[in-house]
Design a protein around this ligand. Structure first.
Ligand code: SAM
Length: 238
């Protein structure tokens, strides 16, 4: 049985799709996808020897060596363009996920669905999705072991549709807010995790602002101004 976070990612995967799980670690998701019959085979990759070995061991124990192909290597570099149409990248920093997408442009060009779960820097990741022409079709905030995770389901789209998704927030000077918390999440005002996340971030930034010295150099002044803009975007949404 998968954790709620991995279960939501699995639920977004189309039946019969060609999946790559980047940073698979224990390979729990690929094993579940094949065992549940959602897909016939999966490629599971990890860049670190230890997790790669763990994945291989678990796949062997599940007797799925012929359907879960475990590969050692970084990001999307372990597959050929067209070999997969769906990519899962979960449990890494948003900056790392954005770099993986940047470095794998040739593979990404043939990918239809992206299922992502950044541990942080979700704003940086959503900016990367806009740059690569992916529109967000669903988002969830899922609680697991006392922590709330952002889960993003994005599909390749046109530049026009990608821009349209953020236009409402751009018009209200809330582009940073929309990237950080998600345009769909923010449209679900009744969703308690979204409000809690925005409130927690507001308190975090207010704390930083309170500690920054008023009389300081140019860099501090710029930082104060940036935080004040973030706070204003959050307050206007709250
Ligand atoms: N995806 C699983 C999950 O969400 O439960 C495991 C996440 S685990 C915290 C992160 C894994 O990503 C580690 O096993 C790490 O070795 C791997 N990783 C980090 N950077 C990577 C990269 N550039 N390419 C492939 N794997 C990477």
């Amino acid at each position: 049985c998968l954790s709620p976070r991995l279960m939501q990612l699995a639920a977004w995967i189309s039946r019969g799709s060609k999946v790559l799980d980047v940073g698979t670690d224990h390979a729990l998701l690929p094993i579940y996808l094949v065992q549940s019959g959602r897909v016939k085979s999966v490629i599971a990759g990890d860049v670190v020897e230890g997790p790669y070995q763990t994945a291989q061991r678990n796949v062997k124990m599940a007797q799925l060596e012929s359907t879960v192909d475990v590969r050692l290597g970084s990001g999307l570099s372990i597959v050929e363009p067209g070999e997969v149409d769906t990519v899962v990248i979960a449990g890494m920093g948003g900056g790392t996920i954005a770099e993986i997408l940047d470095e794998g442009r040739d593979v990404l060009a043939c990918v239809k669905d992206l299922l992502l779960q950044p541990m942080n820097a979700a704003g940086r990741l959503r900016e990367a999705l806009q740059k690569h022409g992916f529109v967000i079709v669903d988002e969830q905030m899922v609680e697991e072991s006392g922590r709330v995770y952002q889960l993003i389901f994005a599909q390749t789209s046109t530049e026009c549709l990608v821009r349209a998704q953020y236009q409402h927030f751009m018009d209200k000077d809330q582009h940073w807010l929309a990237c950080e918390f998600g345009p769909l999440n923010l449209s679900r005002r009744e969703e308690p995790f979204v409000r809690e996340a925005v409130e927690a971030s507001r308190d975090h930034f207010q704390g930083i602002l309170n500690r920054l010295p008023v009389e300081a150099g140019d860099a501090t002044t710029l930082r104060r101004e940036e935080i004040a803009r973030h706070l204003s975007e959050m307050e206007s949404w709250l």
